[in-house]
Design a protein around this ligand. Structure first.
Ligand code: NAI
Length: 333
């Protein structure tokens, strides 16, 4: 069966890593017809808008997308394409497995935890306005509906994947209403899953604990902004942003993308690590039912890490993006 998948190469290092990941996925034997669409800065240049309707139509039709990072200018310009895509397609759950890889120099080589991030609300929705000149207001919206839905997603995921414990991170001691509601919904849903341990931690303490003793965490449930920040922190625990994948999941579809951004500091050099997007692609293959291709790709990738000879610069190697991809493809032959 041929899968039709929307491919959004993105900005900066996006097209470089996307090209390598597409080659690896195709080498796994799975049949894919890619529908390539531009978003962000490239789309603005070509079509005068950052999130073209044709792209949204493509993802809605195909229900699956693989996406590279998109640049969002700070302060001015266009609003985030990522926020727009997640909202438009109601991709309410963001799943980020944080798993150390063999031979990658890092602080916690045994670490294996998963972040479940609410993807549609909170301060990250970027609802802000100028009240009077010199005063801005940023709205943190938290709803019972979205908080319950993401808590249920976290418990269902944990049950399916054999995870034992979920820790909800919050600041309900200060934001008693908003974070309080998020925590209440977590506790209510937790009562329906007595076989999974439910724990909660104030987010600042959770960050400290993550750095000191991350092995105490199994699954972390976080609202949107905390999830964004803690994901990067966790990437740092296992060797950096070049490694951590992500899945944005909703009722209508799913979009797979790395945690990292467009890395303008190394864009155009062909040296970015494609592992994070590749691991997102492996999650995608499992999502579309291509388990064998996913396993084959993952084994080849792990073998390249175990051999440790071909690795990209960010994790101490000298290989470029294409050479690393070639090595994985060679493993599959
Ligand atoms: P970034 O994640 O792009 O880069 C942070 C650091 O990590 C840089 O030093 C970069 O070189 C390195 N890095 C990231 N990915 C790497 C990879 N695959 N291989 C090797 N090194 C890698 O974060 P930054 O610089 O804060 O953001 C740049 C742009 O990306 C911004 O416009 C931001 O809004 C956007 N962004 C987009 C995301 C998305 O599309 N999902 C997510 C995060 C940021």
């Amino acid at each position: 069966m041929k899968h039709r998948i929307t491919l959004i190469p993105g900005d900066g290092i996006g097209p470089e890593i996307a090209a390598s990941v597409v080659r690896i996925i195709e080498a796994s034997g799975v049949a894919v017809e890619w529908e390539t669409h531009y978003a962000g800065a490239q789309a603005l240049e070509k079509f005068g808008e950052t999130l073209p309707q044709a792209l949204l139509d493509s993802v809605t039709r195909n229900k699956v997308a693989l996406k590279g990072p998109v640049t969002t200018p700070i302060g001015k310009g266009f609003t985030s394409v990522n926020v727009g895509l997640r909202k438009a397609l109601d991709l309410y759950a963001n799943l980020r497995p944080i798993r150390a890889l063999p031979n990658v120099p890092c602080r916690y080589p045994e670490l294996d935890l998963v972040i479940v991030r609410e993807n549609t609300e909170s301060l990250y929705a970027g609802l802000e306005h100028v009240v009077v000149p010199g005063v801005v207001e940023s709205l943190k919206i938290i709803t019972e509906k979205a908080s319950t839905r993401i808590a249920r997603f976290a418990f269902e995921y944990s049950q399916r994947e054999g995870r034992k414990k979920i820790t909800c991170g919050h600041k309900a001691n200060i934001m008693k209403l908003s974070d309080g509601l998020f925590l209440d919904c977590f506790r209510k849903v937790a009562a329906e899953y007595p076989d999974i341990e439910a724990d909660d931690k104030i987010i600042d303490n959770a960050c400290m604990q993550l750095v000191m003793r991350p092995e105490q965490f199994d699954v972390m449930l976080l609202e949107n902004l905390y999830g964004d920040i803690v994901s990067d922190l966790c990437a740092g625990l296992i060797g950096g942003l070049g490694l951590v994948p992500g899945a944005n999941i909703g009722e209508k579809g799913a979009m797979f993308e790395a945690v990292h951004g467009s890395a303008p500091d190394i864009a155009g050099q062909g040296i970015a690590n494609p592992t994070a997007l590749l691991q997102s692609g492996i999650l995608m293959l499992r999502h579309i039912g291509e388990r064998e291709a996913a396993d084959r790709t993952e084994s080849a990738m792990l073998q390249v890490f175990i051999d440790g000879k071909v690795r990209t610069k960010d994790i101490g190697g000298t290989a470029n993006t294409a050479e690393f991809a070639n090595e994985i493809i060679a493993q599959m032959k």
